[in-house]
Design a protein around this ligand. Structure first.
Ligand code: ATP
Ligand code: MG
Length: 305
């Protein structure tokens, strides 16, 4: 079946999050012998564009592929990732207690209940971003690098301390952007920061490899001229596209139920994130969900999505 016909078939029988059980695949564990994690920052500049949603989705996607992955909430004072991952009741220690040596890695990391390869390092809710101390953070990152294949850093919004600390150790960046002018402008700004303020940029000639993830994309609204198109966003940011995630109420429902949307592999948003994970791992996967869905005659007649 062609991707196009797959897309329209899937759209026609689009499952609801509440109807579908999260699917967790068996791990194949293609793990490296001695680990030296790749660190990925999920960043944006602008707030509320989908960084935490993306951090949760990509980290579960990588873990399901067999990679030992830790996802770190850098949003000190406003932690959110634990809710999206559904582990808020299990938070005892956090990134700041770890940095301050009030806890150790084993005590602090929370094992995900869906994948044995996935661990969550929550943010502190009671401290502020000044508690993120550079040298101590470096020690923690080095310890994690030795144990994991991937470290995903969920950045807070803005370009202040928290965001700078989240990107400091990054090898790669996923720049989350909504198809609107202010989000694109802030992403452009963050690309400048990534190429000047990270450890990699400062200490080597290499820059952090940045890829674009356009989220909350609605092809129907693009066609109506209400939203920037993927081409418009690409023209401004000029970085390779990792994926396009459709606007979908499944995302909110998944996060309300404390589950990364990639666990719902029968939803379009889940599929789009899983495609992005494949592309991240080097597979050539065509983009989906970027053209308006053709509505059937009956759907047009009676309405509905
Ligand atoms: N593809 C999507 N479709 C619909 N809603 C989405 C999508 N992606 C994210 N959202 C919603 O947007 C809101 C913000 O998402 P999220 O918390 O991931 O953003 P953020 O960039 O981490 O925000 P902050 O900058 O405050 O940390 C949430 O309510 C989330 O459910
Ligand atoms: Mg967030």
């Amino acid at each position: 079946m062609s991707k196009k016909s797959q897309q329209s078939t899937k759209a026609a029988e689009k499952p609801k999050v509440e109807d579908s059980k999260p699917k967790v695949e068996k791990n194949e564990a293609p793990q490296k012998e001695s680990k030296r994690a790749t660190t990925i920052v999920i960043t944006s500049g602008k707030g509320g564009v989908g960084k935490t949603t993306t951090s949760a989705a990509i980290s579960l996607g990588l873990a399901q592929k067999g990679f030992k992955t830790v996802v770190i909430d850098f949003d000190v004072g406003l932690r959110n990732l634990d809710l999206v991952m559904g582990c808020e009741r299990r938070v005892v220690y956090d990134l700041i207690s770890l940095i301050n040596k009030e806890s150790n890695i084993n005590q602090t990391l929370i094992k995900d209940k869906r994948s044995e390869n996935l661990f969550i390092l929550p943010a502190s809710q009671t401290r502020d971003k000044d508690a993120l101390k550079e040298e101590e953070l470096e020690e923690v990152m080095n310890e994690l690098k030795a144990q994991f294949d991937y470290i995903i850093c969920d950045s807070p919004a803005g370009i202040e301390k928290g965001a700078l600390m989240a990107m400091h150790h990054a090898d790669k960046a996923i720049v989350v952007t909504n198809p609107e002018v202010s989000s694109v402008r802030d992403s452009d700004r963050i690309l400048g920061v990534l190429s000047s303020k990270t450890k990699k940029a400062k200490e080597t000639d290499e820059s952090v490899e940045a890829k674009l993830l356009v989220t909350r994309y609605s092809p129907e609204r693009v066609a109506l001229g209400e939203m920037l198109s993927l081409e418009d966003v690409k023209d401004v940011l000029s970085i390779p596209v990792l994926g396009v995630i459709p606007e979908s109420k499944d995302v909110l429902q998944a996060s309300n139920s404390g589950t990364p949307v990639t666990a719902y592999s029968d939803t379009q948003a889940g599929q789009a994130y899983l495609d992005a994970v494949e592309r991240f791992l080097g597979q050539d996967v065509p983009l989906r969900f970027i053209t308006p869905e053709k509505q059937s005659f009956l759907k047009r007649l009676f309405g509905g999505r």
